[in-house]
Structures are given as C-alpha cells and as structure tokens.
Design a protein around this ligand. Structure first.
Ligand SMILES: *Cc1c(COP(=O)(O)O)cnc(C)c1O
Length: 319
C-alpha cells in the first residue's frame, strides 16, 4: 500500500540530482506515501503538485526555525491535549500518517517512533474535557483514522456520552490519500459517534478523483458534514486559477472550504510559505468569482490561536 523513496521514480519525473538529495533528506525527515496518492501524479512533469507535496526536497534542510512555534506542546495540560481556546481542544491521538506531507506543521513528531493513544490516556483526556466543559473537540494526528478501530470506537463513545461536547471534528486526510480505507466498519463507527464532523484536507484539484468523491459521498450519506482545510503552498496551489478550481470543485462534491492556511514558519517546511500579502491578494480576487459558500477563511496560526485575515472589510491588521 505504501511507497518509499526507492519506489518514487516509478511515479514521479525525477532527476538524478533530486534522487541523490532525497536520500540525504530522508535521514532527517522520512518519506512515505500511499500508492494511490502517488499515482495521481503526472510522470511527465518535474513540477507536479503531488510530487512537490510528498517527495523530499533538499530545501527542507538547514532552516533555522522553531519546531513548534505555536506552543502546542507547552499548552498541553494533559498528554495528547492542546488547550488554547476556552471551549475547544486539540486532541492528537497518534503521530502515524500514511502520507508524510513535506509541509507538515507537526514534522517535529516524525522523529520519534510511532505513538498511538492508549485506553488509560483516553480516559485521562476525556476527564479533562469533562472537567473543563469543553464543547468542541478536534481530533488530529498524524492520521487519527489509522488508530485501532476499537480505540476509536471507545474514544467516540466516551465523547458521545459527554454532555458538554457538541461536536467532535476529525481532521483526516483519508478521503484524499487513501479513500479505499474508509470501510463500512470505519463508517459505522463514525456514524455511531453521532457528533462527528470531518475536516479533510484537499490542496489541489487533481486530488478530487472519482475515489475521493465516493469517500466524501459515503460520509455525507451517513449525515457527517465534510469541511476542508487547505494550506497555501508555493509551487503547488499558489495561483488564483488553481484555487478557483479547487474551491469550486469542492463545492461541486459538497465539501465546504473552511480554512486556507498560510504555511507556518516551522522548521523544515518554510520553503512552501508564500507571503501573507500574496494570500490576501489571491483571496481578494477569488472573492469576486466565488460565493462565500465556496470561500474559506484565510488564516495564519499563532501561539494564541488562529487569526483570520479578511481580504476586504474591516480588520485591525495592517499589511
Ligand atoms: C485549530 C485549532 C483549534 C480549532 O480552531 P477553529 O478555528 O475552531 O477551527 C483548536 N485548538 C487548537 C490548539 C488549534 O490549533
């Protein structure tokens, strides 16, 4: 199911130099991709967007930036939970991911061996959620839908039984990188969770295929709302036309664009960053072409939480 660096030449157009450099990069930041996702790339294109998102680049090395600029680890009152907002928590249940996106903001977690939450830790985290009367739980990772299904079922049932919790959002890339993984068993666990919403992660129109569309339809079919978080990535989707196509295609498959993040100033990913201003300018142009139903919030992350940047209208931010 997975491909690694030695398999990449059969999916991507690569120069010898790129292959040599990738060997160096993987000793610091490993590479992993599903066969399905790699197969979306065009073999003729050195600048293919899928390749750029998963193939290790020498630009990842030597960046003098922090690993965790938004202090997710410092603001963690109990293991696996980050608490920044009064009503919401981020709940990172594993660091395993079937696709290691080169722009991942939690790249710092790649270095340690794989972890997955245990039952005792679920109990402890849920006690915290109950004690603080949390309303909105964001389950993330790694890829949260890869944890043992019994554990996922247990976690969702604990949250279902927590009266203060109105919504459980699961941040998952499964519909994009491994849509076949969304089995009937997994779907029924999500459905039984009752409060589950899915936040998925399409970045480029080529990711919207008949398979990903089918995965989304299955989720919508069992009453799970599907929203999308993208990252604005230099050399991948930082053009008005690409984002126009992405957001309008998402709307066509009934996935609501929720956020477009500026790529974070995190060590090892910053070569993907566009300027804040560039993002605003693209959003302003898109605003004329798409209804707000197809327009995500353009936001940057900070230690205190996410900051939404409005293309026009009233804002206190000078840019
Ligand atoms: C993103 C995030 C949330 C959720 O933010 P929304 O703006 O509600 O989507 C909550 N907690 C943390 C730590 C986050 O990073």
């Amino acid at each position: 199911m997975f491909v690694s660096v030695s398999d990449f030449p059969s999916f991507f157009r690569l120069s010898d130099k790129e292959i040599d450099e990738a060997e160096k990069v993987v000793s610091v930041y490993p590479a992993r991709c599903t066969e399905y996702y790699a197969s979306l790339a065009s073999k003729d294109d050195f600048f293919d967007p899928i390749k750029r998102m998963v193939f290790p680049s020498i630009e990842e090395l030597g960046q003098n930036l922090p690993d965790d600029p938004f202090k997710e680890e410092v603001q963690s009152p109990v293991p696996f939970i980050t608490h920044k907002y009064p009503d919401r928590v981020l709940f990172v249940v594993t660091n395993f991911c079937p696709v290691l996106c080169r722009y991942c903001m939690r790249k710092r977690n790649w270095k340690t061996s794989c972890f997955e939450i245990g039952e005792d830790e679920i109990n402890r985290a849920v006690s915290y959620i109950r004690e603080k009367r949390i309303r909105d739980v964001l389950i993330s990772g790694g890829e949260p839908l890869t944890i043992e299904l019994e554990k996922l079922e247990y976690l969702l049932s604990m949250l279902k039984e927590t009266d203060t919790v109105d919504i459980v959002r699961i941040g998952t890339k499964i519909p994009v990188v491994a849509p076949q993984f969304l089995t009937d068993k997994l779907l029924s666990i999500l459905e039984n969770g009752k409060k589950v919403w899915i936040n998925t992660h399409f970045n480029h129109p080529v990711e919207i295929t008949s398979h990903s569309r089918e995965a989304v339809e299955k989720l919508l079919g069992i009453g799970i709302p599907v929203n999308n978080q993208s990252v604005l990535l230099k050399g991948v989707n930082d053009r008005e036309e690409t984002l126009f196509e992405l957001f309008s295609d998402l709307q066509r498959i009934k996935v609501r664009p929720y956020y477009l993040f500026r790529c974070d100033p995190v060590k090892g990913v910053f070569h993907f960053a566009t300027s804040v201003k560039e993002g605003i300018s693209i959003m302003r142009r898109l605003r004329r072409r798409l209804s707000p139903l197809a327009i995500p919030y353009y936001a940057i992350d900070t230690c205190k939480g996410k900051m939404i940047l409005y293309p026009d209208g009233v804002t206190g931010i000078k840019i």
